[in-house]
Design a protein around this ligand. Sequence first.
Ligand SMILES: Nc1ncnc2c1ncn2[C@@H]1O[C@H](COP(=O)(O)OP(=O)(O)OP(=O)(O)O)[C@@H](O)[C@H]1O
Ligand SMILES: [Mg+2]
Length: 252
Amino acid sequence: MSQQAISVDNLNLYYGQNHALKNISMDIDKNSVTALIGPSGCGKSTFLRTLNRMNDMIPGVKIEGQINIHNQNIYSDQVHVEMLRKNVGMVFQAPNPFPKSIYDNVAYGPRIHGLRDKKKLDELIEKSLRGAAIWDEVKDRLKDKATGLSGGQQQRLCIARALAVEPEVLLMDEPTSALDPISTAKIEELIQELKTSYTIVIVTHNMQQAARISDKTAFFLSGDLIEYNKTEQLFSTPKHKQTEDYITGRFG
Ligand SMILES: Nc1ncnc2c1ncn2[C@@H]1O[C@H](COP(=O)(O)OP(=O)(O)OP(=O)(O)O)[C@@H](O)[C@H]1O
Ligand SMILES: [Mg+2]
């Protein structure tokens, strides 16, 4: 049996009058890849953002229910949101490196969290860049601007930046949708390697991608979690007609 990393209970989220997540309950396995799929506007990104409280800053948001990550209720008053986001990192759709050097991009988080020792920092940068499978491509140009990298390299740099603060969970919102097929394949391969050390939750519009890389898949529709199952089963024998319609391309 896999251990569970995240447990979501009766989660409801409202943007003003818009009930964007409707009573979602799901457990997410540790050291696994969980894919979130569903048509545009169904709540995938909203759900992902609830896992590190990124919706908190949006005005008019109301969140009910409970989310436990490694047995801590992340919406409790005792939780330091900064520490939560260190533990639950995020990679976005468009690569968004800071306009700084490659080195400083990866050093950014650790420095904020107080790491000053140059040798330790160097080691951590190398480890993070290796972890994101980009070390060999950048090791001789660490002082160069990150914005000079290709899109696929920038996205792997952003993954390295997320890894540098040593999180346990990685959230990825359509991380390959802006990338060419070769860069996409590299990131997919990387995700497979990363799941041995991290719990990964990924939003994707690409069903082949979900089928290739995830262990479990959750299908959302209009804020409801319609079906959540082992990826193989969800794609081969969906239990709900709506899931079947979506994965066979009849809508969405
Ligand atoms: N910041 C926001 N303020 C108000 N409403 C929002 C906000 N973000 C999302 N919504 C609404 O919440 C619902 C879910 O949006 P969300 O972005 O989570 O969908 P999604 O499944 O990620 O879609 P896509 O595939 O297009 O990225 C939509 O009705 C959207 O308009
Ligand atoms: Mg989205």
